[in-house]
Design a protein around this ligand. Structure first.
Ligand code: TTP
Length: 423
């Protein structure tokens, strides 16, 4: 029976990892950057684009400030259409028919400046997350699981927004959810300056009233087909007949069904080749060394398997020890060169844990870094001069919350290892 099949499929879906994902998306980013250069643009309609100078005929809007959007101007609009809706402020002096209040400021795209501003924002993000996935110049996913919890995450997200605004001067919207797609939708939900938290167990409810266009991967054509079938909201799709969706869209129908229900098992991972491989897990707060060792061995084994799968060499083995509430300690041992002797991961991780024998711990992690993806079959530990001692990184990474607001990253904690490039 269809319903049984649906139920069965859902129960065998891979369990979503226990993660807190924060998605950040800067508000009308190019226009916000132009306001940094010229503060007189604050509160004014601003359009960034090309083709608006007299004599130009071709061009489009890259972005419009929220004030300009009120006049109907939006991204990707032909520039002539934008000028019709919102003439240039510059022309007011020469055209008595123009009402100053109904004009806007036009600026050309200054990509170098936007890139530089985006990089400043990204450097702040590094303080707030274990892992960051860059999406574009003004957008990223952060895995903040080990830095906060669901009780404190709103404050955490607001602190991040404030720090970006105080330090760089541009506004951002954030969304927090247990998975990536819900976090992205949440960051867009209350722009500008939005901060929307979707707690575990509420994702489906959060999505249910949103129009189908908001479901990840639904473009105008799919949306039209869904609406024709009477499926107007994500909630409609989530409770639709899965077989029917498959009939309409093939395999994509299953994706739509799963996404509309807010299920997404992706883990936040950096783009490109990984710089590190790690695994971490929460435990009921304990100081018991046997419990901690047992979990660490388990984590080390999972990391070992992934290193083998990826066929890479590694140079640094590290652990993370999180004390309640969110004090994150990291320790790492760096070997003289990249190796593939994966059995060393557990051994070194356990050695590093000795320092935390009596520490009360709520989460542990194991990481290997300094990865190389070439000549993976060549090096063994024995290839290295045994007189070269492994260095140990005795660094502690403080939780961002322990720093003063607006304080910038000092880099005090991570860079003692020559090849600890992932931090
Ligand atoms: P977006 O994040 O899509 O939009 P935005 O930052 O302008 O506004 P919002 O607050 O709604 O997120 O795009 C980021 C930047 O990318 C944007 O500032 C300008 C540029 N861009 C273009 O150049 N062309 C386009 O068609 C779009 C959509 C964006």
């Amino acid at each position: 029976m269809n319903t049984d099949r649906g139920k069965l499929d859902i129960t065998i879906e891979k369990e979503a990892p226990d993660q807190i994902v924060l998605h950040i998306d800067m508000d009308c980013f190019y226009a916000a950057c132009e306001r940094l250069k010229d503060p007189e643009l604050n509160g004014e309609p601003v359009i960034v684009g090309m083709g608006y100078e007299p004599g130009d005929t071709i061009g489009a809007v890259a972005t419009a400030s929220y004030e300009a959007r009120e006049f109907g101007v939006g991204s990707a609009m032909p520039i002539q259409e934008a000028l019709d809706k919102l003439p240039r402020r510059k022309d007011v002096a020469n055209d008595p028919a123009l009402n100053k209040e109904q004009t806007g400021h036009y600026r050309p795209v200054d990509m170098e400046f936007y890139k530089d501003t985006g990089a400043q924002v990204k450097s702040i993000l590094e303080d707030y997350a274990e892992t960051i996935r860059d999406v574009s110049i003004d957008e990223a996913y952060l895995d903040v699981t080990s830095h906060t919890d669901w009780g404190a995450v709103e404050q955490y997200a607001r602190t991040l927004q404030d720090e970006i605004y105080d330090t760089v001067g541009v506004p951002a919207s954030v969304g927090v959810a247990p998975n990536m797609s819900a976090a992205k939708i949440a960051s867009d939900y209350d722009k500008p300056n939005g901060c929307v938290i979707v707690r575990p167990g509420t994702v489906r409810e959060f999505l249910s009233s949103l129009p189908v266009e908001e479901i990840h991967g639904v473009g105008p054509v799919t949306a039209e087909k869904l609406v024709e079938e009477g499926l107007k909201t994500a909630g409609d799709v989530a409770s639709a007949d899965r077989d029917k969706l498959e009939e309409m869209f093939g395999e994509r129908g299953t994706d739509l069904f799963v996404r509309a229900r807010g299920e997404d098992t992706r883990v936040v991972e950096p783009r490109g080749l990984p710089k590190s491989i790690s695994n971490e897990s929460a435990l009921e707060t304990t100081a018991d060394i046997d419990t901690k060792r047992e979990l660490l061995i388990d984590l080390a084994e999972q990391v070992r398997q992934r290193v083998i799968e990826k066929g890479c060499l590694f140079q640094t083995i590290g652990i993370k020890v999180v004390e309640p509430p969110f004090d994150v300690n990291t320790r790492a041992t760096s070997l003289p060169g990249p190796i593939e002797s994966t059995e060393l991961i557990e051994q070194y991780a356990l050695d590093l844990l000795d320092e935390f024998e009596s520490t009360r711990v709520r989460k542990l992690g194991v990481r290997v870094s300094g990865l190389s993806f070439t000549n993976a079959n060549q090096a063994q530990l024995g290839d290295w001069d045994s007189s070269q001692q492994a260095e140990t990184d005795l660094t502690t990474k403080a939780s961002p919350k322990s720093r003063s607001r607006g304080a910038r990253r000092t880099g005090q904690s991570q860079q003692t290892l020559g090849d600890f490039t992932d931090e």
